[in-house]
Design a protein around this ligand. Structure first.
Ligand SMILES: Cc1cc2nc3c(=O)[nH]c(=O)nc-3n(C[C@H](O)[C@H](O)[C@H](O)COP(=O)(O)OP(=O)(O)OC[C@H]3O[C@@H](n4cnc5c(N)ncnc54)[C@H](O)[C@@H]3O)c2cc1C
Length: 382
């Protein structure tokens, strides 16, 4: 009997996993004992970290995209460009948007990422820019190019959000970029964060707070945007305060997936998983990796990558009739740009307090080199 492994989502986690499985289970796939199906709703994968550079005119969207069919071995992976619209974990099948037939699975891995829900905050769509999606990053590039004086506000609207360091990177890059162009004296920069410090991780928050102070970037904590008034260019907060802006760059609220809630896999739309095994808590033979999983670490590509390796090992053991033993320790690595030509780097696992390294040009080049080699990672080669 053929064991059907179905992966939903052809982003970082889904493609790394598909490639790890075709490597580890090549013999079983070729013998017809295992089938790997990857269902994803867009024919191209977009490398989201590139959006930060698109906003400053340093990269184009075309450079950030590759066909998923070029990233996986389609002789061993059944690639379906389709949207999954429903999950039945009792009958073990998925509903597909463009295919009347249902797709059965024996083992399911959910890797659908996170969704942006900017319309949860009234006025945010009309009044704010962002760099968390392709169109947003391009529109922000044009707005930044025209912005020569006034108040730039970067507001993180709700947690969790993808890449917790990206908002810090954005303001440090903006500061350097405006200085390079001789505009910094005419531009005030404010960074707002919803909790009591500048970042969820204490050591990163302390480092960012010092950097902000040195560069004259204002920091507002306990700042939860409730409504944006685009006409008067004002943000109103749940705390009852107001902040005026000339250019608002907001990190939009993020959401999991209604389908997850409807399938009983997670009340808040993120899949409730065991943080070490990545198995769904509320269904059998279901895993979740990447941003859609509710593990207590960053929503980051590095996390999706390491989780994919763990799930590949566990699935390979399971289909061979062995007890799966691989576990995820929360490993997260992150380069953080601290200007236009310097960066720092942190690495940590569950419960660790990362050490923030001294920023350097070498680490900045390390981040750019990683960005260039990302497609090797997605192919499972790094
Ligand atoms: C501006 C920005 C900067 C970032 N910088 C970094 C960084 O420097 N380092 C880092 O590690 N991470 C960074 N990240 C985060 C990183 O991009 C994500 O954490 C990573 O992409 C998560 O991978 P994933 O596989 O979980 O989801 P994704 O890569 O988002 O892939 C999900 C895929 O699932 C598909 N999908 C969704 N729903 C369905 C459905 N119902 N049916 C079929 N397919 C579906 C989507 O179309 C998508 O292709 C950044 C993110 C942003 C936005």
């Amino acid at each position: 009997m053929t064991e059907n492994i179905v992966i939903v989502g052809g982003g970082t986690g889904g493609t790394v996993l598909a490639n790890r499985l075709t490597d580890d289970l090549a013999a079983e796939i070729d013998a017809g004992d295992v089938r790997v199906t990857l269902v994803t709703d867009t024919p191209e994968q977009t490398y989201k970290p590139a959006f930060l550079y698109v906003a400053f005119g340093k990269k184009t969207l075309a450079e950030a995209r590759r066909p998923v069919a070029d990233l996986v071995d389609t002789s061993r992976v059944d690639l379906r460009i389709d949207r999954v619209t429903g999950i039945d974990t009792d009958a073990k099948h998925l509903d597909l948007d463009g295919d009347l037939r249902r797709l059965d699975y024996d083992h399911l891995v959910l890797a659908m990422g996170a969704q942006l829900v900017p319309d949860e905050v009234p006025g945010l769509v009309e009044g704010g820019h962002h760099f968390y999606g392709p169109e947003g990053a391009e529109a922000l590039r044009d707005a930044l190019a025209e912005f020569t004086e006034g108040h730039l506000v970067l507001s993180v609207v709700g947690v969790p959000h993808m890449c917790p360091a990206a908002p810090v990177e954005f303001v440090l890059m903006a500061d350097a970029w405006f200085r390079e162009r001789g505009l910094r004296d005419d531009i005030d920069i404010t960074y707002t964060y919803p909790i009591q410090r500048a970042h969820g991780i204490k050591s990163i928050a302390e480092w960012a707070t010092e950097e902000f102070a040195e560069r004259d970037i204002r920091l507002e904590t306990f700042f939860n945007a409730d409504e944006v008034d685009p006409e008067n260019r004002t943000i109103h907060t749940l705390e009852g305060t107001e902040l005026d802006y000339d250019l608002l760059v907001a990190i939009p609220p993020h959401a999991g997936n209604d389908m997850i809630r409807e399938a009983g896999l997670g009340d808040d739309g993120w899949v409730a998983v065991d943080k070490h095994t990545l198995e769904a808590k509320d269904a059998e033979n279901v895993y979740a990796i990447g941003d859609v999983a509710d593990v207590p670490t960053s929503k980051a590509g590095s996390v999706a990558h390491y989780e994919a390796g763990v799930v590949a090992d566990r699935l390979a053991a399971t289909v061979r009739g062995q007890l799966p033993t691989a576990t995820f320790d929360g490993k997260t690595v992150c380069f953080i740009e601290s200007g236009m030509d310097e960066a720092t780097f942190v690495e940590f696992a569950y419960g660790d307090e990362p050490v923030v390294r001294e920023p350097s040009t070498l680490l900045h080049w390390g981040k750019l080199a990683y960005n260039e080699s990302y497609w090797l990672t997605a192919r499972g080669l790094l």
